[in-house]
Design a binder for this molecule. Structure first.
Ligand code: BGC
Ligand code: ZN
Length: 359
């Protein structure tokens, strides 16, 4: 079977391999992988910056944004049947069995010993067949077969927004104005979720107002602002500050600048993974004072557990009803596994590139 693997730590080592079919271990479901989304994390692994092979192995099969069909279900496993379409979560509990990992909140692992499929210590989904335990699978209705591959990135934003809501239970919170920084897949899915919640949303990115990303933003009823013309602070100063800001660029200067665009009691949710080692001069006194005098919160969030995937399926349905075809339009490139190199070399014009094993 075809699989795309890297040698972690070696730049641009991704190769298409012919590997034997994986064997399901006790209790595991055998899956035929249909589609796999590619994101910045995959490119970072291919660049050799991050990524870890399974113990004792030299290579790592890439891919963590899955969409697959159940091929075989072991005896005694309920809830899944051959032919069901599913998405797998990414993170697996740490061997130290920390309290969060034991409680199914392995996205909040305390020890750092967690593993992640396609990223850290476990093979990913960029292979024609794979196996997985049923507790890490969510069934996705077949009507979502084209967009199901967006469920993993959506789960990241589901978690971010729900964590922000959980944090804000510290007060009587009636958010009205939200900002999203970045219009990649995460930024756009965030825009969509905030609009489903009825927030007046402004999304900032470095694309022209006529770009497809800006058009997708506007279709949800959100406002698009070219950040090269006006950044989040400028808009906050002119039109009013934001109750909730989702940071999805991973650019640390953008993240720090956003603090001053927060409204009183506001919350800034950081979701961008910044891989660099950038130094920055910041108005530290002013930022500290702003946070204190306005009761504000800045928090980070990564990964997502099964609960957020389930919530994501509900929001798929809500988004499809409200803006038919919008989710699909975010998948701008579908490539066969042979074109993995094109998928990993990110094209700025692209929103989501998907590798399709049936293509
Ligand atoms: C994935 C997350 C993962 C994170 C850090 C992201 O691209 O979507 O599931 O936790 O990378 O490895
Ligand atoms: Zn843990």
């Amino acid at each position: 079977m075809r699989a795309v693997a890297v040698i972690p730590g070696t730049p641009r080592s991704a190769r298409l391999l012919d590997l034997p079919l994986p064997r399901a271990r006790r209790g595991e479901v055998l899956l035929r992988v249909l589609r796999v989304g590619v994101d910045g994390t995959d490119s970072e692994i291919d660049a050799g910056h991050i990524g870890q092979a399974p113990p004792g192995e030299g290579m790592l099969i890439l891919g963590h944004e899955s969409f697959a069909q159940v091929e075989r279900v072991p005896d005694g496993v309920r809830g899944f049947r051959p032919g069901d379409t599913v998405v797998a979560t990414v993170r697996r509990p740490c061997p130290q069995r920390c309290v969060n990992c034991v409680g199914g909140e392995n996205d909040m692992c305390r020890t750092g010993g967690f593993r992640e499929r396609g990223i850290k210590g476990l093979h990913g989904f960029l292979q024609e067949f794979t196996t997985e335990l049923p507790q890490y699978l969510v069934k996705v209705p077949r009507v979502f077969r084209e967009v199901g591959v967006l469920l993993e990135p959506l789960s990241i934003v589901e978690k971010g927004i729900r964590q922000a809501e959980a944090v804000q239970r510290r007060l009587l919170w009636r958010p009205r104005r939200a900002a999203v920084l970045g219009a990649g897949a995460i930024g756009l899915l965030g825009t969509l979720l905030l609009r489903l919640r009825g927030l007046a949303t402004t999304t900032f990115a470095l694309d022209a107002a006529e770009s497809p990303r800006a058009a997708a933003v506007r279709r949800t009823g959100a406002r698009y602002v070219d950040a090269r013309e006006r950044d989040v602070r400028a808009v906050a100063a002119g039109d009013g500050p934001f109750d909730l800001i989702l940071e999805a660029t991973g650019a640390s200067p953008v993240a720090f600048a956003a603090i001053e665009a927060l409204a009183p009691n506001g919350v800034l949710c950081l979701m961008g993974v910044s891989a660099g080692d950038r130094r920055l001069e910041i108005p530290a006194d002013r930022l500290n004072l702003h946070l204190v005098l306005n009761n504000q919160v800045v928090f980070g969030t990564v990964n997502a557990n099964l609960r957020y995937f389930v919530q994501g399926i509900r929001d798929f349905a809500a988004a499809e009803r409200r803006w038919p075809g919008l989710l699909r339009s975010l998948i701008t490139k579908v490539l066969p596994p042979e074109a993995f190199r094109e998928a990993l070399n990110r094209d700025p014009a692209d929103i989501k590139t998907v590798v399709d094993f049936a293509a």
